[in-house]
Design a protein around this ligand. Structure first.
Ligand code: 6GU
Length: 257
């Protein structure tokens, strides 16, 4: 997968050299480039922002550097205007997907992470201040798929940290990145339930014991215990997820629990 990130703070992305994301880059599974938006400015002050039309506090990112950045990273000849809803260009080639982190975006979820992991080219535009001039997104939408995405109901200074989060969630879904692909299937948010608690050695620590059932070797009882813990956690911590469970996915013993 190819990923381009545009930001006025490229230094935010140095952690992407580390750990499993760093290894995915070294392997070539993830071809990531970070670009400084100011390299597409032309004035001595390298201006990227200005006051908002209509008034109000803060500053808005001017459209010109963003327009030039997107032209350079998603050339118009590869992304002709008039795209089909599935994002295929008239010739059949796959268009880049533009992601714009914003507290006004659609919620980022594990389902969206899976969807993004199937793309061949992601382009992230990190806004700062009060955001990017809307015309940048409107113009980009004539030649590529544009999604404004939010991490949750709180406000960050800018999109950089959101991109770190999204890239980590997406990279671990790329083929060959996780050693044990089984761990993708069991995890929280894959089946609409939070995961049960986990324990390792020693069996007793500071007066706290590992639940007896996990040391019993009885795989049927262990699976039942984990399922009950997952259901109980989900009900108390995430009543919204619990209410959304398909009743058909609950067995008779789930309902009794
Ligand atoms: Cl994606 N961006 C910003 N600036 N703030 C946020 C966010 C994103 N998600 C939650 N808050």
């Amino acid at each position: 997968m190819r990923v381009d990130v545009v930001s006025i703070f490229p230094e935010y992305f140095t952690p992407l050299d580390l750990s499993l994301v760093g290894r995915a880059r070294a392997n070539g599974v993830l071809r990531l480039a970070v670009h400084d938006l100011r390299s597409w400015t032309h004035d001595v002050h390298r201006t990227v922002d200005d006051t908002p039309y209509g008034g109000g506090p803060g500053m808005v990112m001017r459209p010109e550097p963003w327009g030039d950045a997107l032209d350079a990273l998603a050339p118009a000849e590869l992304t002709p205007a008039g795209l089909s809803p599935d994002g295929l260009a008239p010739g059949g080639s796959t268009l880049p997907r533009l992601l714009v982190p914003s507290p006004a975006g659609e919620p980022f979820t594990q389902a969206m992470a899976h969807e993004l992991a199937s793309e061949s080219h992601l382009l992230f535009a990190c806004g700062r201040y009060e955001g990017i001039d809307q015309r940048v997104l409107d113009h980009a939408a004539t030649r590529m798929r544009v999604t404004e995405v939010s991490l949750g109901d709180y406000v960050l200074f800018g999109g950089e940290v959101a991109v770190l989060v999204i890239l980590e969630a997406v990279t671990r879904l790329l083929p060959g990145v996780l050693g044990n692909a089984g761990s993708l299937d069991e995890e929280s948010h894959t089946h609409g339930l939070l995961e049960a608690p986990m324990y390792t050695k020693p069996a007793a620590w500071r007066g706290h014991e590992v639940p007896e059932v996990l040391r019993s070797g009885d795989h049927g009882r262990i699976a039942r215990w984990r399922r009950d813990e997952a259901l109980a956690r989900t009900a108390t911590r995430r009543p919204d997820m619990f209410a959304a469970l398909d009743p058909a996915s609950l067995d008779k013993r789930d309902r009794a629990a």
